[in-house]
Structure formats: structure tokens, C-alpha cells
Design a protein around this ligand. Structure first.
Ligand SMILES: [Zn+2]
Length: 144
């Protein structure tokens, strides 16, 4: 199964495709230099004068190699020395980002997570199934 191909820009809310998108984030200026504030943006929605905003082409964050790149925010990997800055400020935010980029139907479904009946269903479910494609697809299709 291939991954998602369209996202909602976190700046303008219009659809953004892989070839016109960026992953933008910030890194703390002090130890532990954690990365955070992850956003998916159109290239054109990036604030051009914001020198502290780090960006990666969205295409580079997709598929298997993209997942491997993202995991590099958490761990240097076997065979490498520990490095500063290999951490994220908010693990829940980072997992949300990985699901947005890699789990089919997560991106459109996540807009509904705050709806009361959706929340009730998720609270009763096990930890994984609400975020797997079959449940997400059902949620997206139910929204019409
Ligand atoms: Zn935009």
C-alpha cells in the first residue's frame, strides 16, 4: 500500500502535494536542541525571512527513506556515536507528523478527532486500531 499523497498546509489550509511542500520545524537553541513545531507547508507559505525555521523537502520525508530520515530525529542509529540534537520536544506531536506523512487516511481523518462522538469511540478503542487505515478510512468516508 502506498502512502498519502496530499496534505493540508498548516499555514493556509489548502491542499499541498509532495512536490510543492516542505516539512518545517524549529530546533531549541540550547541543549538538548530538541526539534519541534513540525508543520507541513507549501513552499510558498514559508516565511522567507525566518532564518531559524529549518526545512526539509516534503518528498524527502515520504516512503521508506523518508521514514528513515524522520527516525533520525529520535536516534542516530546503530554504529553511530550519540549526537546532540537527536530528540524531539514533543513525542506526541512527532508521532502525529509521522502518521500524517505515512498512514493512509490519517491526514483527512485527524480533522475529526475532536468531534465528541469520534472522541468517545477512540476512548473505548485499543491504542492502535483508531490510527490504522481501516478505521481512518471509515471515519473519512463517514464524513461524506
Ligand atoms: Zn499553504
Amino acid at each position: 500500500m502506498s502512502g498519502p499523497t496530499s496534505w493540508r498546509c498548516d499555514e493556509c489550509a489548502a491542499a499541498v502535494a509532495a512536490d510543492g511542500g516542505l516539512l518545517a520545524f524549529r530546533t531549541q537553541p540550547h541543549a538538548p536542541y530538541a526539534a519541534g513545531g513540525f508543520r507541513i507547508l507549501h513552499v510558498s507559505c514559508r516565511e522567507p525571512d525566518d532564518a531559524e525555521l529549518a526545512t526539509v523537502r516534503l518528498e524527502a520525508c515520504l516512503d521508506r527513506d523518508g521514514l528513515s530520515l524522520l527516525l533520525g530525529f529520535l536516534s542516530a542509529g546503530p554504529g553511530r556515536r550519540p549526537e546532540p540534537g537527536l530528540t524531539v520536544a514533543d513525542v506526541d506531536e512527532f508521532v502525529d507528523l509521522i502518521r500524517r506523512l505515512h498512514v493512509p487516511f490519517y491526514e483527512p481523518a485527524r480533522r475529526r478527532f475532536g468531534e465528541p462522538h469520534v472522541r468517545r469511540t477512540m476512548l473505548r478503542a485499543d491504542r492502535a486500531s483508531p490510527y490504522q487505515s481501516p478505521a481512518l478510512r471509515k471515519l473519512v468516508q463517514a464524513s461524506g
